[in-house]
Design a protein around this ligand. Sequence first.
Ligand SMILES: Nc1ncnc2c1ncn2[C@@H]1O[C@H](COP(=O)(O)OP(=O)(O)OP(=O)(O)O)[C@@H](O)[C@H]1O
Ligand code: SF4
Ligand SMILES: [Mg+2]
Length: 367
Amino acid sequence: MSDNDILVEVRDLKVHFPIRRGVLFDRTVGHVKAVDGVDLSIPRGKTYGLVGESGCGKSTLGRALLQLNPPTSGEVKFDGVELTTLPAGKLRTMRRRMQMIFQDPMSSLDPRQNVESILTEGLQTHGIGANRDDRRRIIGETLDAVGLPRWALSRYPHEFSGGQRQRIGIARALVLGPELIVADEPVSALDVSIQAQVVNLLDELQDSLGLTYLVIAHDLAVVRHISDVVGVMYLGALVEEAPSDRLYTEPLHPYTRALMSAVPVPDPDVEDRRERILLAGDLPSPANPPSGCRFHTRCPWAQPTRCADERPELRSIGASRVACHWAEQIAAGELRPHEVTAKITRPEGEGEEPGVVSAPSEPGSYV
Ligand SMILES: Nc1ncnc2c1ncn2[C@@H]1O[C@H](COP(=O)(O)OP(=O)(O)OP(=O)(O)O)[C@@H](O)[C@H]1O
Ligand code: SF4
Ligand SMILES: [Mg+2]
């Protein structure tokens, strides 16, 4: 694939939030490593799905890509232009080409603005449309594209259903004519029956407008349906990335295997027989991530060598990229899963004992 086919390129991206303490003297006592070394590329016109547990850094990564969370270090190239060092004025101009859709349209839409005003605001900010009529034409076409009637223009967000509100959120992004849309949990707040409509709308818009998406979602089925490539995040980093179907049929990383084993299969016989991997314990704190492989405190395949002290690189295995020292041996069945007792790591000063704290928890079980 030539460089020209890649719209977004992220290299070793880190976003660390300072943890501040103290009443009189505000001091930094540590950092939440929300995103801690991510590399990924999104080809033009394709969809990159991002999944992972709550708190693993998905939203922070999406926001950092658009420079809404300033990265601590690393590179973000959009259409060949490095964004992290771009002067503010140029970044504002660039923002028109990169838009975001949020999980909860009610809280992301201003309740005091009617739809026309919501859609006009962005056009005016970016100087799009020669005059009022021209802006009305653009807005009308956008409403048609997202399946909203013209009378919606004079209405306010609370007058719409959840699905229609998300269409307004999509229209607000679309009206600016972006190339990239970062959709952060775009259907999580919607009824299941409405979710499919909104996912299909995103799909159709991609086909007709050649859009590129980063779709963040908890729901693995939603991501599979819409994505060309899926990245799985754990504690601020990608642990696996693969073409969508391959990730679901042949997960290679132990964490991905655990996630996939929790997705129900429609065939009841297969559902009864298949392996389930229950992960022990909660996600460790991103303020004090485990040493070595960050998944080693919960990994059913963790080995006495390498796992606790050597951070695995994201390396290519076939069409996938996997961050596990033992991925080949696990795939070949040479290593078997064992039980894990969870350990929770807390930020220094939060527990009785800083660092690693044993947690009473159910060991993982395997069928
Ligand atoms: N502005 C901020 N300041 C400090 N910490 C933050 C900030 N934003 C996010 N975090 C922390 O960074 C980590 C990653 O958060 P993020 O919201 O990116 O996760 P997520 O994967 O999107 O989770 P969810 O699935 O619940 O939306 C969390 O520990 C969160 O508490
Ligand atoms: S490197 Fe070790 S701990 Fe990490 S996922 Fe692989 S087997 Fe598990
Ligand atoms: Mg989030």
